[in-house]
Design a protein around this ligand. Sequence first.
Ligand SMILES: [Zn+2]
Ligand SMILES: [Zn+2]
Length: 129
Amino acid sequence: MKSLTPKRQLVLDIIESSDQPLSSQDIFSLKEEDLNLATVYRTLNYLEKNNLIEAFSLFSESRGTVRFYFRKSNPHLHFFFCQRCHQFTPFRDCSFSQKAQEEIEAKYQHKIQSHVLYFTGICRACQVS
Ligand SMILES: [Zn+2]
Ligand SMILES: [Zn+2]
């Protein structure tokens, strides 16, 4: 594929160097030079379409539905999202078994290529406060 424009490369670098999924607003608020919100949106769209990053949408009462972007990682990651403090906790191991995936493929005759899974709730720190 073609090499990325500097802005696309910049946004990709931000996502790849983060342990947390980031929203377009998060990336925008990092205040990198001449990166306006419209550019961030367009760039994230481009990176997602070209399969350079992963993304999922998540609903929380305070923020509504927000799309989050994170790096294509090896090992494959899943996340816990705290609904109170909005922090993500990545899980290194995939708890969604190969067997469960094969059962879904057999049942629906679909070919699964990837999956996104996250948990939401209240994190340990927020439970005590
Ligand atoms: Zn929390
Ligand atoms: Zn998984």
